[in-house]
Write a protein that binds this ligand. Sequence first.
Ligand code: 7TS
Length: 406
Amino acid sequence: MNQEQNNAAMRAQFPVLQQQANGYPLVYLDSAATTQKPDPVIEAINVYYQQDNANVHRAAHCLSARATQKFEHARDLVAQFINAPSREQVIWTKGATEAINLVAQSYGSLLNLGDEILLSTMEHHANIVPWQQLAQQRDLVIRVIPLTANGELDMNAVSELLTERTRIVAITHVSNVLGSVNPIAQLVKMSHQVGAKVLVDGSQAVAHMPVDVQALDCDFYVFSGHKMYGPTGIGVLYGKTELLNAMPVWQTGGEMIKKVSFSGTTFNALPFKFEPGTPNISGVIGLGAAIEFLTSLDRVAIHNQEQVLLAYAKQQLEQLSEITLIGSPQEQMAVISFVVKGEHHSDIATLLDQQGIAIRAGHHCAMPLMDALGLNGTLRLSFGCYTTKQDVDAFITALQKTLEFL
Ligand code: 7TS
């Protein structure tokens, strides 16, 4: 198959893409917010509800056995996908946000007055606010890694900010605004040297690059299913076993217990210790299907295609005199931010939407980054495995028309 046939075959698997938006063929360039879902994911969720729906881990009947088997098989798929040493280290959460809250509240309860948490300027609010809440509750200190002029972590500053007071470093793998890929393995090594643990927010990484938690040696790794072709409302917390075992339980209720009596309760082992209540069963099964979908692809080829499109889109944007690209990191993943001289980002996004182009405008839940950049928002295009050169061309044409109109 040539590239065009490949693209057509890929896009044919995503029903959402087969539609017109405001009278134009839909051009979806907002995959960093959420990716579209391929047929096998939609089908897996349908089959679960049509044939297997039952609660997991409880009933003796065959529906529950099938639901449990599929549910736990998805855990194996995630463990393999990120190369976790064991399946018990994969904990289901609602998403990256809940996973970070879990670590902040549970691991965070082991921190003490004056302990330091190191974040970076490019974090999503999901990797800032939970730590701020913790810092307020426990009198901790938050320090922030600044960025270089091209939108990368300032690694010189990291050496100074990391001290023996640093207990946890919480850092994104890939920026959702700049696309910068952070040197996680190096950061982990530096952090471990001072005895700090590292939580990596992999929300923008997992769909675009192979992730090996053992090679990274990170202590926690979190991500959401919906940014990797899976459903919303499901995500993953990976953690090192000794840390997860040492952490107190967070949310409590059914499923996460061993024995309950009014004189006291004992808790279940990993991973169930952190999974109270009836889980998002269809979400887990859908995420399992998304991982099977992703691993069935030639991921190197997809990565290369995304990189070619990134370079092409940047080069096209650079030719427009009204446009300023934001950030120019050496290693950039599937995301481009830009601003238009003299125009508000939301006006541009609205005019693009009227031409069938879906991109995001605003602060992208990264207000501290906007402050550091001296901006009140950017326009952002972001790619997925279904994005084509035709999408980028349609976007550039619509943007040119918009600029002429203004
Ligand atoms: N971390 C990063 C780096 C993100 O990009 C996002 C969502 C989150 C955490 C939170 O993920 P959630 O699934 O728990 O909500 N980012 C975006 C975005 O860039 N546009 O919409 C959501």
